[in-house]
Design a protein around this ligand. Structure first.
Ligand SMILES: [Zn+2]
Ligand SMILES: [Zn+2]
Length: 420
């Protein structure tokens, strides 16, 4: 199916004119058959470069490369083992890519897409997405999630011009990637709550249409769990569609606010290896486990009464310094100006009832673990190579990895730590 992108563009009740960078999205069996004609007709298609890794080369890269008729085509196959969206990955591409490259084709999952998107931005050329697994919602993202100098950084990058998601390819993805994709998508539950909370307290911009699109994406996946587990084509197409929807939602507002909140902050913190050893867990696996922890934490506040005038003592420099060590200056820079300085505490007090209603509507941590379990995704810290002993520290530190207001950030600095 071709997604009708007109539904997502144009003027909106939120007061903005939503625009999309992606021009075409096709999710269907045999979608890659449409690629050669697309590349040929593209004005940038003169020097196409296919970027994949040793695994996705076999899954689709080889075929895509053969399909492309242009004689100037080149192929970059990165070693799949320990390939990350970091300086090393970028360096490898820089070393091989020909200077004349005019169009990139990312054939792979999240890492290949982040590396390609970063390179496309650097070289100021467009790229086309060919996802080989429905493992993340970042295929049409406009930012590249990279790890640079050990820090998890989001770089402004570019959206693909077009997405060709071929069911015959992503149906054969390693199941672990698919399950991880479901977990990443379920993360929208708390991402949305955080967005709505920030809107209630600070009046931060929100678009109800975009929030509804994210909710539709989560619901679509929640309904398809059984079919996804069975490897049914229609259910997997639903998952891919939901991932793309989430990406479109981000394009509509120009950032990842609709799709990333406290659950992603926990995952980012773990990727920085500040309080934990390196883990080979996938992005969505970490987000899924984090989501259940965030739901557990938020639910605790249902019984809590906030003081009318909470005293905010400023950034917790002591423990930020203690844990982030060498990264402390960058963390400080990220958090300036302090988000909580912008909060009107009277407003927080007034809105706490509404925030509680949002929390009440959130699934519980147990419910989330139930769904993750049903789809065969990871549910415990141990399964993602981490210890339960760092949960408390994760809750304390994670809101500082990004300057984005979440309920976690508000609660953990304002309220008595005994609540956690
Ligand atoms: Zn809107
Ligand atoms: Zn994610």
């Amino acid at each position: 199916m071709e997604i009708n992108l007109d539904k997502f563009r144009g003027s909106c009740a939120c007061g903005r004119l939503h625009s999309l960078e992606v021009k075409r999205v096709c999710i269907q069996k045999g979608a890659i058959n449409l690629l050669p004609a697309y590349v040929e007709s593209s004005k940038e298609g003169e020097y196409p470069v296919v970027i994949c890794d040793t695994n996705t080369y076999k899954a689709a890269g080889e075929k895509v490369f053969e399909f492309i008729t242009n004689e100037n085509k080149t192929l970059i196959v990165l070693p799949a083992e320990s390939l990350h969206a970091d300086e090393q990955g970028i360096k490898k591409i820089r070393e091989i890519i020909r200077p004349k490259a005019s169009l990139l084709l990312a054939v792979g999952a999240g890492t290949i897409h982040d590396l390609t998107r970063y390179t496309a931005k650097e070289k100021r050329i467009p790229f086309i997405a060919v996802p080989t697994a429905a493992s993340v919602d970042g295929f049409v993202s406009t930012v590249a999630a990279m790890t640079m100098g050990g820090l998890k950084v989001t770089y402004p990058a570019v959206s693909p011009l077009a997405v060709f998601a071929d069911t015959d390819i992503f149906i054969d993805a390693p199941y672990r990637l698919t399950a991880s994709g479901v977990a990443d998508l379920l993360g929208k539950y708390t991402a949305l709550l955080d967005w709505q909370t920030a809107h209630l307290i600070t009046g931060e911009y929100i678009c109800e249409k975009v929030a509804a699109i994210e909710l539709e994406a989560v619901q679509k996946v929640a309904e398809s769990i059984e079919g996804i587990r069975q490897g049914e084509a229609a259910a997997l197409e639903n998952l891919m569609y939901a991932q793309i929807l989430s990406g479109l939602a981000m394009q509509m507002v120009g950032n990842s606010r609709p799709a990333s909140g406290a659950e992603h902050h926990l995952s980012h913190l773990w990727e920085m290896h500040v309080i934990n050893p390196e883990t080979e867990a996938l992005h969505g696996e970490k987000v899924g486990v984090a989501l259940a922890i965030v739901c557990d934490t938020y639910k605790k506040f249902l019984e809590y009464e906030i003081a009318a005038e909470p005293i905010y003592k400023g950034l917790p420099h002591g423990y930020l310094k203690e844990y982030f060590k060498g990264m402390y200056p960058s963390i400080l820079e990220e958090n300036m100006p302090d988000l909580l300085d912008e909060i009107d505490f009277k407003k927080l007090y007034e809105q706490f009832g509404k925030i509680k209603a949002l929390i009440a509507a959130l699934p519980s941590g147990e419910e989330i673990r139930g769904v993750l379990n049903a789809v065969g995704a990871k549910t415990t810290m141990k399964e993602i190579g981490l210890s339960d002993g760092i949960i408390y520290q994760s809750i304390l530190l994670s809101p500082f990895v990004r300057r984005r207001l979440t309920l976690m950030r508000i609660l953990n600095t304002l309220l008595n730590s005994e609540v956690f």
